[in-house]
Design a protein around this ligand. Sequence first.
Ligand code: DAT
Ligand code: MG
Length: 191
Amino acid sequence: MWIAPWCLAASSTSVARPRFSYPVAGNTTSPQLPEPSLFSRNMERTFIAVKPDGVQRGLCGEIIKRFETRGFKLVAAKFMQASEDHMKNHYLDLKDTPFYAGLCKYMSSGPVFAMVWEGQNIVKLARMMLGETNPADSKPGSIRGDLCINIGRNIVHGSDTVDNAKTEIGLWFKAEEFVAYTPCAQAFLYE
Ligand code: DAT
Ligand code: MG
């Protein structure tokens, strides 16, 4: 009687051993993480929020993916609906613009996905990833250049300076909402 080789392998239970092995070369131990001082230069945090239009259009995943695949580290996140007062505070620097009232009303009209991301030079790099304020001026490849059309529906917020990032993070998150961990890819992202 012919017995399929995979059945034979499955029935030989006495020795637990791998059925095949990957070829390996060189050092097979885990890479050593660098000392914090080596990768912490210009290590920054920024506040990113998927706006109500981005949430309603089902773009949270796409926006998160762009930051993840770039190599940035998510350190805090929450899905919430902000109050109009909260948005007035957030956009205080725009209080004298004609669109301030409408902007704050819109931003508090539905759920937003608020996040803090961490990485080297992330404030500047995140702004480049977002594109220009007006999607019409945003290059293809940027989030706004790929995914939206209108300045008042530009789907995502990102802090514009390191100082503003600190202020915005403090406005949206409490210290206990941050999660401390070391991503396993860290040693492959920073030398
Ligand atoms: P950004 O979001 O790129 O930092 P901003 O801080 O100048 O831009 O403005 C905040 C938001 O306000 C922006 O994302 C969309 C809206 N906005 C800006 N300029 C506008 C305009 N001229 N008309 C309508 N909405 C505008
Ligand atoms: Mg801004």
